[in-house]
Design a protein around this ligand. Structure first.
Ligand code: DC
Length: 240
């Protein structure tokens, strides 16, 4: 067990960003790191997913900007993520499982290509994080766009096959069954969209540390990140 203590000047941003493709393990690793530090954990993909869910339930067209604006305002006021569990709420309604469905995954990736949606979701992501002292935040553009001044940025990858296996396991834990080939196809499709969109494409920040989680446990990667945080003077460690 690490004995960690914050070593922050008042004006230093207490944020660790973890970006990477779907299924690279960033959420699980971010949760472990946040837990060990006593910081909050924020997964920004859940915000895109919440928008996709609202959108899907209302049968709107992507061109209906006025409605999208209304959903985004609604999210801004009512979105809540429970840090300790990662459970997601919109108002009183828990949507943790619905936002993980393959359909919502697909739609969130499509909506994330829209410039005006990304711009409007930017302040919501910052607000969720900056309202707290100390956050580990995962997404696609945390280090490049949302928190360019974060003192520690991680870019986490894993092979597409490994990511598909992990997604299958996650879905079955939620009671959903899916074909591995289909998951792999969706992963390739989403990677393609995330990597090639014009605004905030998925790419490491120039000052990010790239880590490959294919052959490592989540604990190993989390410990590596904690070591980097110590090297960066973001935290101090009395004992490893
Ligand atoms: O991390 P995730 O799989 O839950 O994210 C869902 C979708 O949202 C994903 O296809 C890409 C998009 N996304 C994004 O574009 N930028 C972020 N910061 C987080 C997610």
């Amino acid at each position: 067990m690490l004995d960690l203590e914050n070593n922050f000047s008042e004006n230093k941003l207490k944020v660790i960003t973890i970006d990477g493709p779907a299924g690279s393990g960033k959420s699980s690793v971010a949760k472990i790191v946040a837990h060990k530090l006593g910081w909050i954990y924020v997964t920004t993909g859940a915000i895109y997913r919440t928008l996709a869910l609202l959108f899907h339930e209302s049968n709107m067209k992507i061109t209906d900007v006025e409605h999208i604006e209304r959903f985004i305002s609604f999210i801004s006021e009512r979105y809540r993520q429970e840090s300790s569990t990662g459970r997601v709420f919109i108002g009183e309604r828990e949507i943790s499982h619905e936002i993980k469905s393959p359909f919502v995954s697909e739609l969130s990736s499509i909506l994330a290509q829209e410039d005006f949606i990304r711009k409007r979701l930017l302040p919501i992501q910052r607000k969720v994080v900056l309202n707290n002292s100390g956050a580990v935040v995962d997404g696609r553009d945390m280090g490049t766009v949302v928190f360019p001044d974060a003192p520690l940025k991680i870019f986490l990858t894993a092979s597409a096959e490994e990511r598909a296996e992990r997604r299958k396991k996650e879905l079955s834990q939620n009671g959903q069954n899916a074909d591995i080939k289909e998951i792999l196809r969706e992963i390739h499709e989403r990677d393609e969209r995330d990597l090639n969109r014009t605004l905030s494409p998925l790419k490491p920040a120039v000052d990010a540390f790239s880590l490959d989680s294919t052959c490592f446990s989540q604990e190993d990667i989390a410990n590596k990140i904690l070591q980097l945080a110590v090297q960066k003077d973001l935290i101090i460690s009395r004992e490893f």
